[in-house]
Design a protein around this ligand. Structure first.
Ligand code: RIB
Ligand code: CA
Length: 312
């Protein structure tokens, strides 16, 4: 069976970095390119961090593109308070030797979807949806050519992490999220409801450190840094590995359970801006537009993640 073609759109971010490593360690996936977007930290850092992660995986062949440096119609909100000033705080970071690929990420997304056979490319957004929505607005013809979108974003029972109502990726660019959730494309959503169950407990972090490899050490040290915020805020037993849930779903979808429901993005109210209004109990006649995940087999998830990272 041929490898599944994917584009990873990302704002590294320690959890983005682990997701990228998981994808690059998995032969079932053909990463056509990585597109950086402003989010956790400004674009100059997210693009640089994407290069660092590709080199850490020994994959200097991967095409990394710089994308949008601000949301479609708002000022950028970043999350240094979670990810640190570099976006990848924790270990000492190398200066990347590989260069960004020429061209803008949005053009790469458009050109790739026009080149590849319809229905054969999956988009994997791990940050704000600015690049994806900008591509759809600039080239509406590509929307029907997307196989599926599997994204990390939103929340329902877990409510917000950047405001009381909204999750960060959706909050940063709610207009972009609205375009994506109304696109009609098959959508699988990994909200905080499921990612908050993918916690890096101490034994799980030690399994990375015990690998004795550079990727294992970096993942452990990223997690050591990244988890302090969530442990303090939620009193949780570790950090939620949000973005790797997207890649794990592509590899082992049965690790996840959820519901196909209607999800609408709040773009009008300042109070609830960016909220993913999920009709989980189907109390409206709004048509379902997203497979909204609510649970995962956390031990199975970490077994997959650990086995794959150890391959690097
Ligand atoms: O809210 C969690 C999401 O925001 C994750 O993708 C994290 O990397 C940040 O982008
Ligand atoms: Ca992210």
């Amino acid at each position: 069976m041929s490898a599944r073609k994917i584009i990873i759109d990302t704002d590294p971010g320690q959890d983005d970095a682990v997701a990228i490593l998981l994808a690059l360690a998995s032969p079932e996936l053909d990463v056509l390119g990585i597109t950086a977007v402003a989010g956790n930290v400004p674009l100059p850092l997210t693009q640089k961090n994407a290069l660092i992660v590709c080199e850490l995986a020994g994959r200097t062949d991967i095409a990394v593109y710089a994308g949008c440096d601000a949301p479609m119609g708002r000022k950028l909100v970043t999350a240094e308070h979670v990810h640190g000033k570099t976006g990848l705080d924790g270990p000492q970071l190398p200066t990347p030797q590989m260069a960004l690929h020429d061209g803008h990420a949005v053009d790469f997304i458009i050109e790739t979807l026009r080149r590849e056979d319809p229905g054969t490319v999956t988009l994997c957004p791990l940050g704000p949806l600015t690049n994806i929505a900008t591509a759809f607005e600039r080239a509406p013809d590509i929307v029907d050519r997307v196989q599926e979108i599997v994204l990390m974003g939103g929340a329902y029972f877990q409510v917000g992490n950047i405001t009381p109502a909204a999750e960060f990726n959706i909050y940063v660019d709610p207009e972009a999220a609205d375009i994506v959730f109304k696109s009609g494309i098959r959508l699988v959503v990994m909200p905080l409801d499921v990612t908050h169950k993918a916690l890096t407990t101490a034994p799980r972090v030690e399994a990375f450190r015990a690998m004795g490899t550079e990727p294992g050490r970096m993942v452990a040290e990223w997690t050591d840094f990244f988890e302090r915020f969530d442990k303090e805020k939620y009193g949780s037993a570790g950090a939620p590995l949000h973005d790797p849930c997207v890649i794990a779903y592509l590899l082992e979808p049965d690790l996840f359970t959820g519901r196909h429901v209607n999800v609408v993005i709040e773009t009008g109210s300042e109070l609830t801006l960016g909220m993913t209004v999920a009709d989980w109990w189907r109390v409206t006649d709004r048509a379902p537009n997203a497979m909204f995940m609510g649970d995962l087999d956390a031990d199975g998830f970490f077994a997959l993640l650990t086995e794959r990272i150890a391959r690097l």
